[in-house]
Design a protein around this ligand. Sequence first.
Ligand SMILES: Cc1cc2nc3c(=O)[nH]c(=O)nc-3n(C[C@H](O)[C@H](O)[C@H](O)COP(=O)(O)O)c2cc1C
Length: 377
Amino acid sequence: MADLTTELFGITMSSPFVLASGPLSYDATGLWEAYRAGAGGVVTKTLRLERAINPTPHMVAPRSSNLRATLFNTEKWADLPWEQWAARELPAMRGHPGLLIASIGHTPEEGEVIAGPVAATGAVDAIECVAYTKDTIVDLVRVVRQQTALPILAKLTFNWGDDLYPAAAAALQAGATGFTAIDSIGPTLQIDIETGQPTIGGAGNKAWMSGAAIRPVAQAVVAELAARFPAAPIVGTGGVIQAEDAVEMMMVGARAIGVCTGPLLRGLEWFERTHKSLNAWLDGHGHARLADLRGVALQHLHLAEDTAPLTFVFEPLKCTKCDLCVVLCPYDARLMAGDKPKTPDLQQILLEDRCRYCGLCVEVCKPGALTYGNWPR
Ligand SMILES: Cc1cc2nc3c(=O)[nH]c(=O)nc-3n(C[C@H](O)[C@H](O)[C@H](O)COP(=O)(O)O)c2cc1C
């Protein structure tokens, strides 16, 4: 069985998965349940000066079946007062396994009041700072750093676009130790076409999106952060739903993996089930330790654009003659000769003067009869 242990801030977690701030971390009971289910670490719901009153309903699934394992939410921060967290919930976490991270937001003024008492509980191992703007995250980190020597994760959101990278650099300068990337993405809007009504409650009915749909964005951010700030640990968060997603997130440079939507939609059993399938994947691919995969993809990312023509390999014995490569080619650059599937009679003809080497023909070839001779390079 492969080794899934993950080290963050000098603490060894038995699992790489950290329950991200969200509904499952609503109080100490929720956090303990996540540990019992197998989470290596947990992040509290975000503590603010005012407790949240949430719109109803504030979690809805996509109506389109093309968006699986994705979620829309208009949930705010913690609905328990921060004083209760400091006096009761966090002290109840003493003796916890793995890592306990307290999430504090969203303004420097709030950080100044909340961070000290939270750190003084002695129960938390790190603080996660979360803010709405790229400027406030930096000021929030600075203020929290003045209150505590605990490691600080600056939570970053792609809602700031590429401005998140200068904010990340400034957050490190202000005292952050590492990053959590990313928060849910938005605003988004979903309408029920049977009624013409929005599906979710909240001002303007605009929601934040999490889960599978955001993972490629999260991975692009994690890879960029890992390349720019190699010494800063990253809790890669966003859309990890199954073991293979976790492998990919590690390969782009995550130190640990934050998960919210996966266990929300699949239940807390998600942790044990995903540990098993992650183990099976690692064993099947001859990897003894998950940690060995960290950042292995970064060396393959090409900085320069590559426009060289592709070469194609066609294996007629695999071709089912579905003709999708011909029909879907936007440039009418493909022809097929012969009509008996999986026979040597079949021939692929490429009209090179029409082909733009976009790659769609290879992507739509389900049996793998059409592949590249020179990609990846
Ligand atoms: C219902 C819901 C509530 C959330 N609440 C918080 C929160 O209070 N604080 C926070 O920093 N992130 C919050 N998040 C964002 C998650 O921590 C996480 O960054 C995001 O959902 C992406 O991860 P995922 O795709 O695994 O869900 C929330 C997400 C969801 C779905």
